[in-house]
Design a protein around this ligand. Sequence first.
Ligand SMILES: NC(=O)c1ccc[n+]([C@@H]2O[C@H](COP(=O)([O-])OP(=O)(O)OC[C@H]3O[C@@H](n4cnc5c(N)ncnc54)[C@H](O)[C@@H]3O)[C@@H](O)[C@H]2O)c1
Length: 353
Amino acid sequence: MSPRFKVAIVGAGVGVQHMIGYLLNPRTYDVTTICDLDRQRAGALVAMLPTARSQTEVERVLADPSIDVVSICTPPFTHLELALRALEAGKHVVVEKPVAGSPAEVDRLAEAAKASGRLVVPVFQYRFARGPRILRQLIDAGLAGPPVAASLEVHWNRGRDYYAVPWRGKRATELGGTVMSHMIHAHDLLTYLAGPVVRVHAEVATLVHPLEVEDTAAVAMRLDNGALATSSATIGAARDTSRYRLVFAHLTAESGLAPYAPGEDPWTFTARDPARQSEIDAVVQAYGPPRRNGFAGLFQELAPALTGAAEPPITLADAHAALSLVAAIYHSAETSSAVDLPLSPKAPAYGGR
Ligand SMILES: NC(=O)c1ccc[n+]([C@@H]2O[C@H](COP(=O)([O-])OP(=O)(O)OC[C@H]3O[C@@H](n4cnc5c(N)ncnc54)[C@H](O)[C@@H]3O)[C@@H](O)[C@H]2O)c1
């Protein structure tokens, strides 16, 4: 049986999703602490999990030698510092998006992780969903062929109440706008399934609310094999929908419209050559019983990495790629020019804005 890792969750907003994800892996994880500056928010989670205790001071969490893993679910501007402190305290770190504000900051975190011998695992839970997992299997089985084109839509409805939370909508605390906060999962999924982005042209705009950051964005991307992708995001849509269509040489994969777990809707996988549809259908049918997905899937696959038996399912290299793409999008929009990736550490965008 796997050892049980004692977990502290810091930040009780999306932290509840982490809590559920750990609880769905009971043989591996034991959530012992919920920490939030807001006592009531921490208390609300502890009410659901009476074996855990609540805490308002992160220093006490980090000083607790029984805690192995710290899940950082606080606002974006706090992630880097909290992650560095958790590493210093000898904890493994799971950290919400965005891990940091720039590729340079991810480099800092990677150095600290190496020095501490502990893991830093960014959260890109969309990868651990049925649709993307099946597509990954089709790609690995050679049934997809090279990527050709993709279109991604993140069209959500966020009202004034969403931006009433003080850290949102400000560059210093959210570390960006819709590109940083809402497109980041979609772009991670694109690069995970179709390969790295090597060139970006982008436009961003603030059209929906009077914010300091953008709330709408349009991005054109060239992938490393030459495929072309477009991505559109706004928080000004009537309803919340996300949609992914990925065209490969031999098949087209299409998601449903589920906004936050786009992998969970049934995806369709259509062969370009109808004679090969049955090979694709066989992989889909063999996918098997429902697996743990989303946060629970991420934490399940993290378990062997915590014992050193495997590589973590998501690494700081993934966060570096995600934040390089964010930096390139902003730089392209600000300079009305194409930006090539990977960014050189000497590139103006590398250190953030
Ligand atoms: N992976 C996803 O799909 C997903 C979904 C939503 C949010 N997020 C990310 O999660 C993070 C939090 O978002 P949210 O919507 O839960 O925000 P939120 O404002 O609802 O919750 C954050 C909580 O952190 C607490 N907090 C802040 N600083 C703290 C500190 N030093 N110590 C202890 N508690 C502290 C706040 O009191 C607050 O309760 C953001 O980075 C966001 O981008 C990710």
